[in-house]
Unconditional design. Sequence first.
Length: 212
Amino acid sequence: MPTPPYRTIVYVDGFNFYYGAVRGTPYKWLDCAALFEKVLGPENQLVKVKYFTARVQPTPHDPQVNQRQDTYLRALQTYCPRVELVFGHFLRHRMNMENATPPPATVPVFRTEEKGSDVNLALHVLNDAWLDAYDCAVVVSNDSDLAESLRLVKQQHRKLVGLVTPGAPARHTSQQLRQHANFVKPIRTWMLRDSQLPSVIPGTTIHKPPRW
């Protein structure tokens, strides 16, 4: 078993993190590396943050959402060298779904799904264990589908596993994930507040969008 400080890679399920921790807050212009250094403390030497996301599509309700996201991702790539972006993709399609208050029996809806990010995250956790790239993997998600990859990391590679549940304590940590974790850490509001990117990224024209 390694001794601290542990070489640590943080794996962020961007969709899960956004909706669990920062949506509806003034803290979306976030320096992920600074945040997770605060969350994890001195026992963990932060090697990298792998941020798994997908490029969103504009909607009639929010036609500039993709521009804000693109600005943020460019800011991360420019200002935070330890943050690596890994992209899946979004699918938005029209479908009929059962109506909760019929008639009619079904209603047409647009359904948006993020594809690939959970699989990519699980594969990177496993591959980085094979490469001995970390002593400790910290997963920022509450997706129970990741449980098997965490089990293999602990059983086959004897790595430490940490969990950060976006939205905890109001959102309960998945028991399927918790059973494979050496520790579970919360994200405090002050950590988000004190981990913001500069409003203007130095040496660039990238700046925080007004609505953020």
